[in-house]
Write a protein that binds this ligand. Structure first.
Ligand code: F6R
Length: 608
């Protein structure tokens, strides 16, 4: 993986390929390359380790006015980041770019011993396999691609061109997204629709098991079994403005600051304050289906998992006789877990493309369990494969670290829980306080961000040189602490782990010394006094404690305290998470790191 672009038309292909790859930069990558063909099929291949800016430097000496080409940003899976391992890969007449993993590449490589492989990649093996069926242009390219893919195990989104036919691109997908942009006298290809913005709004989303032959004026789609597929052209909903920084230095800060609006979009038309009720149409479950739910499985990775865990603590508070199990997708897909028949699974994913989450969705569907997507990316694979769903509508999330999606995912799942509770006849006086707070949340988020942006910036300066951090919370503040720790470690590279306060004495307390600081979330409520005692225990051992609380009473002599003044009580941890987001951002900034594209990470993890 990571980003694919392609072009065939009347304009300069290099221009689109480079600008398209730039749009996909946010997904994280370590090398890049493009190839174009002139009218006679003569290729110009330029690859580099590093960033698109390095690629542009090399391209300055290789400017061409070719009208067809493919390009790629690579996030290393097989073989280190290097120019040789970068895509496009050339084998014989074939050039290929590939996202995904070819699982049986070693076996295939043995059978293709006549080829002199240059890279360590699985993708080059696929290029050779296609070339072996192409036989120098004896057969149509699409036939060679199909024959090769039939022997391939694994996941792929690919774009292939041949020097023998500089007028067509063949693309195919199985588990790795591909979008075809339909323009006037040009057809564009990308692994993410954002690369197409500004060129066309008309897109065809390829499905798994489909292969398309693309020319400047045509798109012909078939299945691998040669059945024709009629292409469905859809409108891309994202606007160009939504994928720009809008005056902010980083997408991350923009996305943190956007949360009042992005959450409003999640709530739009879904909250009926007067009646103390929520209305979620998307899941498509009848009242009687909702009443029968006894078990919820929430599936996600990373931040999406944390959002699920947070929601589960709330759902248990108001949805009677419903057990909630929150699972990490990469683990769950291989567990032999029994899911009772009266269950519903919530499949949580910002990108809607995460390979492990998608695999769980497919496994769960096989068991006949209803699946509901809590997804952001419209038209993504998970959104299309679930039985029903609630889009969170936060708009494009460009920064690798997820922020606005977390807040909206958690709230959307709490709303799903409220929908179940309503159907089960839980009294409005129990549900109304949650509904009221949900409706007030966007405004309260705005207040907290406005008040604490500057103070947190200063605070982060003082902690940037630590190597370790412990995040602490209990009850709803515990998943919030987990999310805070994830944010800090992924963008500031400070080793941060979260513990439930109650677990401290069972081991982690031994860590407390001058190399660590502690970031403690202490909301008011039933467990407030216990959390305060836990903070005291850390202080007694010389801890360097920052406390985030909404209690006026908090008066322990910690190093720093952030007091949120708000009438939000039940959902206070969601406000506290904003402080953790800002803290992670400003710590990374103070360390001079690449906040939007942290090292080693990719935005959308489409491989296992
Ligand atoms: C962390 C982060 C990741 C994602 C995870 C799942 O900031 O962004 O942990 O949350 O990779 O991604 P989606 O939600 O796209 O399935």
């Amino acid at each position: 993986m990571c980003g694919i672009v392609g072009y065939v038309g009347d304009k300069n292909a290099q221009d689109f390929l480079v600008s398209g790859l730039k749009r996909l930069e946010y997904r994280g990558y370590d090398s890049a390359g493009i190839v174009t063909l002139d009218a006679s099929g003569k290729p110009t291949l330029v690859k580099t380790k590093g960033k698109i800016i390095d690629l542009e430097e090399k391209l300055a000496q290789n400017k061409r006015d070719d009208k067809i080409g493919i390009g790629h940003t690579r996030w290393a899976t097989h073989g280190e980041p290097s120019e040789t391992n970068a895509h496009p890969h050339q084998v014989g007449d074939i050039f290929l770019v590939h996202n995904g993993i070819i699982e049986n590449y070693k076996e295939l490589k043995k059978a293709l011993s006549k080829y002199d492989f240059k890279s360590e990649t699985d993708s080059e093996v696929l290029a050779a396999l296609i070339d072996s069926f192409y036989e120098g242009g004896k057969y149509p390219l699409v036939n060679a691609v199909v024959q090769a893919l039939k022997l391939t195990k694994g996941t792929y989104g690919i774009a292939v061109i041949s020097t023998k036919n500089p007028e067509e691109v063949v693309v195919a997908r199985a588990g790795s997204p591909l979008v075809i942009g339909v323009g006037h006298g040009e057809t564009l290809i990308a692994s993410d629709a954002s690369a197409l913005l500004g060129h066309t709004k008309q897109a065809i989303y390829l499905n798994d098991g489909e292969v398309a032959t693309i020319t400047k004026n045509s798109v012909e789609i078939k299945t691998l079994n040669a059945e024709p597929v009629s292409a469905k052209v859809e409108e891309i909903e994202t606007s160009l403005a939504a994928i720009q920084k809008d005056g902010y230095d980083h997408f991350l800060l923009k996305e943190i600051m956007e949360q009042p609006e992005s959450l409003k979009e999640t709530l739009r038309g879904r909250v009926k304050i007067k009646d103390g009720m929520v209305m979620l149409g998307g899941p498509g479950l009848s009242e009687s289906e909702l009443r029968k739910i006894k078990h919820l499985v929430i599936v996600g990775c990373g931040t999406a998992y944390n959002a699920g865990l947070l929601a589960s603590y709330y759902i248990e508070q108001f949805a009677p006789e419903v057990t909630v199990e929150v699972v990490i997708a990469s683990e769950y897909r291989y567990r032999q877990a029994y899911i009772p028949k009266d269950s519903v699974a919530l499949i949580v994913s910002q990108s809607g493309e995460t390979a492990d989450t998608l695999a769980c969705l497919r496994e769960i569907k096989k068991q006949g369990i209803k699946t509901i997507g809590i997804v952001n990316a419209i038209g993504s694979t998970i959104a299309r494969e679930v039985d029903g769903g609630t889009y969170v509508h936060v708009g494009p999330e460009i920064s690798v670290a997820s922020t606005k999606a977390f807040t909206s995912q958690a709230v959307a799942m709490i709303m799903f829980g409220l929908t179940i509770a309503q159907a089960k006849g839980v009294r409005t006086n129990i549900l109304r306080p949650f509904v009221n707070e949900i409706s007030k949340l966007p405004e309260k988020i705005r207040e907290v961000l406005d008040e604490f942006n500057e103070p947190v910036k200063k605070l982060a300066e003082n902690y940037k040189d630590y190597d370790h951090a412990i995040y602490l919370g209990r009850d709803t503040a515990y998943p919030t602490a987990m999310e805070g720790a994830l944010k800090l470690k992924e963008i500031s590279y400070i080793d941060a782990n979260a513990y439930a306060f109650g677990e401290l004495k069972h081991g982690p307390l031994a860590l407390v010394d001058d190399r660590f600081f502690e970031f403690a979330l202490v909301p008011e409520g039933e467990l407030y006094d216990k959390a305060v005692s836990n903070v005291q225990e850390v202080l007694a051992r010389g801890g360097h404690v920052i406390v985030v609380t909404n209690s006026k009473e908090f008066d322990l002599p910690v190093e720093n305290v952030i007091k949120i003044k708000s009438d939000i009580e039940l959902l206070a941890p969601i406000l506290m998470n904003l402080i953790a987001q800002l803290f992670a951002y400003y710590t990374a900034l103070a360390k001079g790191l690449d906040v939007d594209q942290p090292r080693n990470l990719a935005k959308s993890v489409t491989v296992e």
